[in-house]
Ligand binder design. Structure first.
Ligand SMILES: *Cc1c(COP(=O)(O)O)cnc(C)c1O
Length: 389
């Protein structure tokens, strides 16, 4: 039997991640914090679609002390890959998973007393000590103990910080850290985030009154790392900026030399000249206004390339922009290349990234699809192979 040459079976659309640029971004961000401030690389969701293990290793090689993920499976994958650095689980620790956390040295976030008790019991049963980080909800409205100002005392489900008092007496666990997460650090108006900061400082003092003195206080996501030095505390926790993207349109990262690290490329697989009044793709939503040439590119919504780009996105080919015509389908997207002579199957297409003097950013795609850059990369489905440079 003939074995095809290596490369012949490779899919025609692929993702490239520039790990040296990623490492540089990590060092750049680290340089914005005072010496001694720990750095926790947020590599959740497969490092926002860039490859969890590779980014985790690169972050550690470039001075990151901690890693943060959200799902236990991601933490386990990192341990299986030989990563021994501290890993903080930002969410999803259920009591029945506790023994597993303890044996794998995964730091749990604790946002309610029931989980704390279960962690403590499991840790004692295993004769081990589990490190935990107490999570405080200072205005994100997601996970965390609440400030006394907002606790509804009558409710059986209240999660006031008063409950944390019991943690000080729980055996088998060590409170290594406490943290909060900002809801609006990426906005020009810093009123809300400053309120969160004040509540955080308040609650850290309340923990101290209960005899809980976490060594690592942390709060800053990328936006706060970049714009709010008073939120750096003992550790910063950036995600998006490490991947070279801005936390929002209201945070200007241009001065910081952060570079996007992902590009998506494909090869044209089919080209044909079509007449005027020729309709393209499902629903015939595009009809040619004049004779032109249509190229088919093998990327679609099953790759995470949004169908909302139908009739409005662009791709780069021969250093020029070519508009998407008709609907993006599951596997293919059509572009009009009538204005670019000589397009043939095999020609390189850039879907995200730079070609000659043209560029398409995750923000460009997000702008067209009504979302944010985070979702553009984190929303890739994993069908396209990722290569690292
Ligand atoms: C995702 C996340 C971060 C990182 O946020 P960026 O905006 O990507 O920097 C930090 N902390 C927590 C708790 C998160 O969930």
């Amino acid at each position: 039997m003939n074995t095809p040459k290596a490369g012949l079976l490779e899919p025609q659309s692929r993702v490239q991640v520039d790990l040296s640029a990623f490492g540089q971004n990590v060092r750049t961000l680290k340089s914005l914090t005072p010496t001694g401030t720990r750095f926790c690389a947020v590599v959740k969701a497969n490092a926002y679609g860039h490859g969890g293990i590779q980014c985790a290793k690169t972050a550690l090689e470039n001075g990151s002390h901690f890693l943060a993920v959200v799902r236990i499976s991601e933490a386990v994958a990192m341990r299986d890959a030989g990563i021994t650095a501290p890993i903080l689980l930002l969410g999803d620790a259920l009591p029945e998973q506790v023994s597993f956390l303890a044996t794998h040295g995964i730091r749990a976030s604790v946002a309610d007393i029931q989980t704390a008790r279960a962690l403590s019991a499991a840790a004692q049963a295993l004769n081990t000590t589990l490190k935990i980080h107490i999570k405080l909800d200072t205005g994100m409205g997601r996970l965390g103990f609440l400030h006394p100002d907002v606790v509804i005392k009558e409710s059986g489900q209240a999660a006031g910080i008063g409950q944390a008092r019991e943690i000080a007496g729980l055996k088998g666990m060590e409170v290594e850290g406490t943290y909060t997460h900002f809801a609006k650090a990426d906005m020009i108006d810093k009123t809300h985030v400053k309120g969160q900061l004040a509540r955080f400082n308040d609650m850290v003092a309340m923990l101290a009154d209960m005899g809980i003195h976490p060594e690592i206080r942390h709060a800053a996501n990328s936006a706060a790392l970049l714009e709010l030095p008073e939120a750096h505390f003992d550790m910063v926790r950036p995600g998006i900026a490490m991947y070279g993207m801005a936390p929002s349109g209201e945070v200007d990262i241009t001065g910081h030399k952060l570079v996007p690290i992902m590009s998506i490329t494909a090869k044209v697989i089919y080209v044909k000249a079509v007449p005027k009044d020729f309709s393209i793709s499902y629903g015939s939503t595009h009809v040619t206004a004049a004779p032109t040439v249509i190229a088919t590119v093998p990327i679609g919504y099953a790759d995470g390339y949004s169908r909302l780009l139908s009739n409005q996105g662009q791709m780069l080919i021969k250093g020029q922009k070519a508009p998407i015509v008709g609907r993006v389908t599951m596997d293919f997207t059509m572009i009009d290349v009538g204005h670019i002579p000589g397009i043939k199957p095999g020609d390189d297409v850039t879907i995200l990234g730079t070609q000659a003097n043209e560029r398409i950013t995750a923000d460009d795609i997000a702008g067209l699809t009504g979302t944010i850059n985070y979702e553009v990369t984190a929303g890739l489905t994993g069908r396209m192979p990722v290569s690292y440079v």
